[in-house]
Design a protein around this ligand. Structure first.
Ligand SMILES: Nc1ncnc2c1ncn2[C@@H]1O[C@H](COP(=O)(O)OP(=O)(O)O)[C@@H](O)[C@H]1O
Ligand SMILES: O=c1ccn([C@@H]2O[C@H](COP(=O)(O)OP(=O)(O)O)[C@@H](O)[C@H]2O)c(=O)[nH]1
Ligand SMILES: [Mg+2]
Length: 225
């Protein structure tokens, strides 16, 4: 089962509100650029007028922890739009990725912002971002909001390395040297981001070991009504 790592914020604790009602509640929050003060409703066909606050889920975890795999399941079952920061960046910053380093925050945030704004969707999985506290702060500064929730796939390093080296998707960063560097960066720079969201009561820490199905059964209750 999934478990929260810290205390629950009022949004979650008062009446065990389902995530679905929280997602609906997010429409009215005036934190996404400039909007009307009215609470706006989705159109009958389920699309949302531009300017509505999207429901944002950050998806964190080390390289090979299963972020992309579980995002695909969440998309299939709960209709989110999946934005992988790594995929958005990969065409642009090949050398940085090859070294396992982090791309400058403004570049990533602006790509994410553009992808959200040009989408008709109202709920997003932002996979693999933020990877540093500086990433997080830049997102908050440019977007003017925090994510609604954060998933963290917790996986032992030896399992992550095994998965990455078996991934065989032709990625320039899936090799023993780069993965070592990425794990170092994950521990030093990304875990503080995970801890930040744990302290804020926004983190869902998910055991990332076992089969893909077993892991998704830990994810499902987070999004199910
Ligand atoms: N539960 C699992 N058990 C074994 N292999 C897995 C599991 N989940 C994902 N994989 C495989 O491990 C590799 C890394 O998964 P991926 O979803 O790309 O992770 P991430 O996006 O966190 O780097 C992929 O080849 C994927 O098919
Ligand atoms: O916010 C981000 C996300 C990704 N990356 C770069 O893109 C690579 C691949 O990221 P991805 O999320 O695709 O890797 P995964 O963790 O899924 O293996 C990372 O190692 C970084 O070099 C980055 O610089 N900033
Ligand atoms: Mg990935």
């Amino acid at each position: 089962m999934w478990r929260r790592t810290t205390w629950l914020p009022p949004l979650f604790s008062s009446s065990k509100r389902s995530l679905v009602s929280q997602i609906q509640g997010a429409y009215g929050l005036r934190i996404w650029r400039t909007m009307s003060s009215e609470i706006q409703k989705p159109e009958e066909d389920g699309t949302f007028p531009r300017g509505i606050t999207p429901f944002i889920t950050f998806v964190l975890g080390g390289p090979g922890s299963g972020k992309g795999t579980q995002c695909a399941r969440i998309v299939e079952n709960f209709g989110f739009t999946h934005l992988s920061a790594g995929d958005l960046l990969s065409a642009m910053i090949l050398n940085t990725i090859k070294d396992g380093k982090i791309v400058p925050s403004e570049v990533t945030v602006k790509l994410i912002q553009k992808a959200i704004e040009s989408s008709e969707s109202h709920k997003f999985l932002i996979d693999g971002f933020p990877r540093t506290e500086e990433n997080r702060l830049t997102y908050e500064r440019i977007i003017g909001a925090e994510p609604n929730i954060v998933l963290f796939f917790d996986c032992p390093p030896e399992e992550m390395v095994k998965r990455v080296l078996n991934r065989r998707q032709g990625r320039v960063d899936d090799n023993a040297n780069t993965v070592k560097e990425r794990l170092k960066i994950f521990r030093a720079l990304s875990l503080p981001v995970v801890n930040y969201y744990a302290k804020k009561g926004k983190l869902y820490k998910i055991d990332g070991t076992g089969t893909e199905d077993e892991i998704f059964e830990r994810v499902r209750p987070i999004f199910a009504a």
